[in-house]
Write a protein that binds this ligand. Structure first.
Ligand code: SF4
Ligand code: SF4
Length: 311
């Protein structure tokens, strides 16, 4: 692949094949690193920082009785001996050079985030091309936030379409309007997250105002009126798992053409990754009440019977 787009590079933290969750059919998901939001429930904490970062799982370590490779290679002195005879990482001293990840024979140390070219992503997608053709699937850009690396995201979408690959992108919507509209021009499906309508609560739980996010949804809807949009809300216990919060969201999108709505139940699958990054998951102990998702879906259906609701 020799086009200028094919050589554009960005940082991904994962390429997941055979996904059936983020767009139609069977898809490859390219997870972009970097996000302007800091949602306290985030299940992909490794996506938030825009640069590669060190992860560590002490359960895999061979202990210093058998191996001291990371200790020897870490010149900034960020690795110390813990009480359990395994490394303790001083994150304040760590420069994220990731030399210790290459040195570790047990894969107890690894990096989240790798520089990847458009051509490399498309090679991964086309390896599974036969499944996409049969299922109506393709490539989905997710994250993190794809629009945090707009040149890479747009080049990837443009090149994917040139290869006749079906494209989708999930965005938090907190990005430059012009970038979003440019990306949308190369999309078959836009997945758009709306989390909280109350701006002060949105700031409290995500770290940013929702004003740009709401305005961008309207702008992209106007610029690309034929583009199917799936608006998504993660339902988080104690934050937006109530009828008032969800009613405000569906009232905002009801009447927009070609918009469907989906609610995603809170889960805690990201919890171990906080530990690998030396962080604490603040809401790990919370859970959705039994039947809450069903109640909310019934409320949405009664309030806006014409709004297509993903079950
Ligand atoms: S990433 Fe580099 S600085 Fe950080 S602990 Fe590993 S070797 Fe040390
Ligand atoms: S290099 Fe890996 S296995 Fe060896 S001490 Fe460090 S973390 Fe443990």
């Amino acid at each position: 692949m020799g086009t200028p787009n094919a050589r554009v590079k960005g940082i991904l933290f994962n390429i997941q094949q055979f996904s059936v969750h983020d767009g139609p059919g069977i898809r490859t998901i390219a997870f972009f690193k970097g996000c302007p939001l800091r949602c306290i429930w985030c299940s992909n904490p490794e996506s938030q920082s825009a640069t590669p970062e060190l992860a560590y799982n002490p359960e895999r370590c061979l202990t210093f009785d058998h191996c001291v490779r990371c200790l020897e290679i870490c010149t900034p002195g960020a690795i110390h001996k813990n009480d359990d005879n395994r490394p303790r990482i001083d994150r304040r001293l760590c420069t994220q050079c990731l030399l210790c990840t290459d040195a570790c024979p047990a894969k107890a140390l690894w990096g989240y985030g790798e520089t990847t070219s458009v051509a490399q992503v498309l090679e991964a997608v086309e390896r599974d091309g036969v499944f996409y053709a049969r299922s109506g699937g393709g490539l989905t850009l997710s994250g993190g936030e794809p629009m945090h690396q707009p040149a890479f995201a747009i080049a990837l979408l443009e090149e994917a379409r040139r290869h006749r690959i079906n494209t989708a992108m999930e965005t938090c919507g907190h990005c430059r309007t012009a970038d979003l509209v440019s990306a949308a021009a190369h999309l078959n499906t836009l997945i758009y997250d709306l989390k909280i309508m109350d701006d002060s609560l949105h700031r409290q739980y995500t770290g940013v105002s929702n004003a740009l996010i709401l305005s961008n949804l309207k702008q992209v809807r106007q610029a690309c009126p034929q583009l199917p949009v799936l608006v998504r809300t993660p339902i988080i216990p104690g934050i937006n798992d109530n009828a008032e919060a969800i009613a405000a969201i569906v009232d905002f999108i009801a009447g927009m053409p070609r918009v469907r709505y989906e609610m995603l139940a809170y889960h805690r699958m990201g919890t171990p990754k906080y530990g690998y990054l030396g962080r604490t998951y603040e809401i790990a102990e919370t859970a959705l009440a039994d039947g809450r998702m069903t109640q909310l879906k019934q409320m949405v259906h009664h309030r806006h019977p014409d709004l297509p609701l993903v079950q």
